[in-house]
Design a protein around this ligand. Structure first.
Ligand code: FEO
Length: 407
């Protein structure tokens, strides 16, 4: 990979510029990004030059942006218009510094976006609020059109459309975790790399977007009339060969929010001394005997981000946890809290677990899941290490759950 990531031409006068972030930081302060994330921005050049979306001061993102601008003969002062599709700081955090380097730039966003520019950055001049289907003529045949797509991801979100190239600059929508390196376009990645990005796309969707799935569906419907030739998100792959691959993928992910999804089981477990794990192993023998697909996530050893992605995608969930001091095993309580916040609804769920001197997890569990629209299968608890009867019951429960999922 070159040291400097160059601007990548998409179409005449249109470029993708991306900053690759490789860091131990958590995305949004919560989600691990072991393989990084890209912050994509775009240049559209007519007589005037627009930059679509910005970066935050995160590793060396502003320097990467500057180097890529230089690679096509531009610098920060060349930019006439800054289009902010979305004000979450990963796309806007460097705004004050950018404005200091270019005091003449005019900033375009929705009215709610402009309000956030004022509150986050204390910038009050050179702002232009746009409404649904407003246009911005850059000259030389380049016209940008804006479509409000609220809550994909925040209420102020919009997308930007350039009709001649058929480029949709979609910000968070159609994005993914994972740094890009020196390739950005879908046709440049190998099949293996696409498998990796599809996994990271699901995790990104489940972690960041899943709560807003009804708005994703509305946005896709709203944009259905456009002849999209390139999907250019602000994280991850730019889709110029098969743009509808990522649109259809998002449509499928959004549909998971309504209830049972793929015929798979997400097994999520925590165990203090191995007694819950021993029972879980029997349950898994039952699942395997019936040949159902399952994923497995140990909590807290693995970050909840991965369990969330699997749970979101699967039609069934197994939650295995012991009683801990009269209540749920605390890391699993956190998992349930995340599931509630991320609207992991409509799943077939089986809880199992061991208790020591007294139970108690059940009571707290029932309270925790009250708001989740789950089909709760009859849970099973046992004292200490599972007995022969307990093992038989657990294996049978695994078989039944597998049959339910496959049906
Ligand atoms: Fe990539 Fe909602 O910010």
């Amino acid at each position: 990979m070159d040291d400097i990531l160059k601007a990548q031409p998409i179409s005449e006068g249109i470029y993708c510029i991306h900053a690759d972030i490789q860091t131990d930081d958590l995305f949004e302060g919560i989600w691990p990004i072991p393989d990084g994330v890209s912050l994509n921005t775009y240049i559209v050049k007519g007589e005037k030059i627009a930059l679509i979306d910005l970066v935050r001061e995160w590793t060396d993102a502003p320097k990467q942006l500057e180097d890529a601008l230089n690679s096509i003969g531009l610098d920060f002062s060349s930019i006439d218009y800054l289009i902010l599709n979305h004000l979450e700081p990963d796309h806007s955090g460097w705004l004050r510094q950018f404005r200091e380097k270019n005091p003449h730039v005019v900033i375009f966003s929705t009215a709610k976006g402009i309000a956030l520019v004022k509150s986050f950055f204390k910038i009050d001049t050179g702002l232009q609020a746009v409404k649904d289907e407003d246009t911005l003529d850059l000259g030389k045949g380049k016209v940008l059109r804006f479509y409000e797509t609220p809550n994909v991801h925040w209420p102020e979100t919009m997308v930007t459309w350039e009709p001649v190239s058929g480029c949709l600059f979609s910000c968070d929508a159609f994005g993914s975790f994972g740094a890009l390196g020196d390739k950005v376009f879908d046709d440049e990645f190998t099949g293996e790399e696409h498998v990796y990005f599809e996994k990271e796309c699901l995790r990104y969707y489940a972690n960041i977007v899943s709560s807003f799935s009804s708005f994703v569906e509305k946005a896709i419907q709203k944009l259905a009339g456009l002849d999209i030739k390139c999907v250019a998100p602000s994280h991850g792959i730019v889709w110029r060969k098969n743009p509808y691959t990522i649109i259809e993928r998002y449509q499928k992910y959004a549909s998971y929010a309504k209830g049972p999804a793929e015929k798979e089981i997400a097994v999520i477990w925590g165990s203090m001394y191995g007694n819950t794990k021993a029972g879980l192993d029997a349950l898994i023998r039952g699942i395997e005997a019936e040949g159902a697909l399952y994923s497995i996530h140990q909590i807290p050893d693995e970050n909840v981000s991965y369990a969330l992605a699997s749970a979101y995608k699967s039609s069934a969930i197994v939650l295995a946890m012991p009683t801990y001091e009269y209540a749920m095993f605390p890391p699993m309580a956190y998992v349930l809290d995340i599931f509630r916040r991320k609207h992991i609804y409509g799943k077939n769920v089986l809880r199992i677990g061991s208790w020591g001197w007294v139970g108690g997890a059940r009571k707290e569990y029932e309270t925790a899941i009250a708001a989740l629209k789950w089909n709760n299968l009859e849970m099973f608890e046992w004292a200490g290490y599972p007995s022969a009867d307990d093992f038989a019951t657990l294996e049978e429960k695994g078989r039944k759950l597998a049959k339910l999922v496959k049906s």
